[in-house]
Design a protein around this ligand. Structure first.
Ligand SMILES: Cc1ncc(COP(=O)(O)O)c(C=O)c1O
Length: 373
């Protein structure tokens, strides 16, 4: 294949090329059957995704943020309760907590992998703590054994934010199966992405699963019987068709991401200005993003972008420094590891089908930009 001049951060068209023939007829069937919500493909996908995650139940919902809110509520978290989460995450993690009236309690992350720091969680735990939400950011599992040990016997629930980590594993255990429940997002660019917004809750607890379903269907367990104030958050049948086709390929796509991450590791090995993401031998991460750290980050992103390379920043503003979460009363200096990282992180293009040639061009361009400083 000829080298692409433009290298996107993520290339979804190559995924579509793989699944196009599989989904065409099924999507047509959905359209003609007019079974747009809760059609047979939804149940099929939920079963397949539960199996993939090693959980007893999967409930498809409208998006990952809803999945978080539904998982928290169904697990017994109530308005006014405190929910501990990492300051280094996408804003949606805190948003879901705030939206249901609970109080986001941010904690700093570990400087090595930039994931939630169990020592900081321990410091933040108190009588009002109702949940801990570890985030498996960048496709890297949070330190789950340590988090589960902290929650053990306390009555505090652990809700994994598994939006960026479909298929990540530790000791054979899969993302989404560690906590009381887990929320994931099938936003198109995720490792498992839909053709629009979608998400899911996974859990081994049948009561929580049943409550997620009720809450996501207007608080209703039977037509026009409304037992609790719920919301409308369901998985569209068309999305289930797309997700099912992609799920079949996900183990291979994740393996391709791992190869691409290893390739970056080799290509960047001699570039002393660049700190590579931490590769942990006992974790099988799935590299949703490949996040390096370096000085002069903004000019390096600009240089790559100018060369047609879709470098990004995930995320430029820590949650506590956003205007939306200023009500938490935190400021600069409160979460120093997260803040220092936010100034230095840069995401390089990574997706299953990225070519070695493309990665070589990314690294060559980066080396040149570093030399030209
Ligand atoms: C870590 C994290 N949590 C939650 C979400 C929210 O998912 P969604 O955009 O599907 O609502 C996302 C993705 O957008 C995410 O990356």
């Amino acid at each position: 294949m000829a080298e692409k001049l433009h290298i996107p951060l993520v290339d979804l068209q190559v995924q579509q090329a793989e699944i196009a023939d599989d989904i065409r007829e099924e999507i047509d069937d959905v359209l003609w059957s007019a079974s747009f919500i809760g059609g047979p493909a939804v149940g099929r996908f939920e079963k397949a995704y539960a199996q993939f995650s090693g959980t007893g139940h999967c409930i498809g919902v409208g998006n990952g943020t809803d999945a978080l809110e539904l998982a928290l509520r169904a697990s017994g978290v109530r308005a006014g309760g405190e929910v501990i989460l990492p300051a280094n995450s996408f804003v949606a993690t805190a948003e879901a907590v705030a939206r249901m009236g609970a109080v986001p309690v941010l904690v700093d992350v570990d400087p090595h992998h930039l994931l939630i720091d169990p020592a900081k969680v321990a410091e933040a735990m108190g009588p009002k703590t109702q949940a801990i939400v570890p985030v498996h950011l960048f496709g890297q599992l949070a330190p789950m054994p340590e988090i589960m040990a902290l929650a053990e016997g306390t009555g505090i629930v652990v809700i994994e934010d598994a939006a960026q980590s479909q298929g990540a594993q530790r000791g054979g255990q899969v993302s989404g199966s560690f906590g009381t429940a887990a929320a994931t997002s099938f936003y198109p660019g995720k490792n498992l992405g839909a053709a629009g917004d979608a998400g899911a809750v996974t859990t081994n607890d049948a009561d929580i699963a049943a409550m997620v379903r009720v809450l996501g269907a207007h608080g209703s367990s039977a037509k026009y019987v409304h037992d609790v104030v719920g919301m409308n958050s369901r998985l569209d049948t068309i999305q289930a068709v797309v997700l099912d086709a992609k799920l079949k390929r996900l183990p291979r796509w994740n393996a391709m991401r791992r190869e691409a991450a290893a390739q970056y590791g080799d290509l960047l090995a001699g570039v002393s200005e660049v700190k590579l993401p931490t590769d942990r031998p006992d974790y099988e991460d799935v590299w949703h993003l490949y996040v390096v750290q370096l000085d002069d980050r903004d000019s390096m992103v600009d240089a790559l972008n100018a060369a047609g390379i879709g470098a990004g920043i995930h995320y430029p503003t820590p949650i506590h420094l956003t205007k939306a979460f200023s009500f938490l009363g935190k400021g600069t200096g409160d979460f120093p590891v997260t803040e220092a990282a936010a100034a230095r992180i840069m995401s390089l293009p990574i997706f299953p089908h990225i070519l070695v040639k493309q990665q070589e061009r990314v690294v060559k361009t980066l080396r040149e930009a570093l030399r030209a400083r």
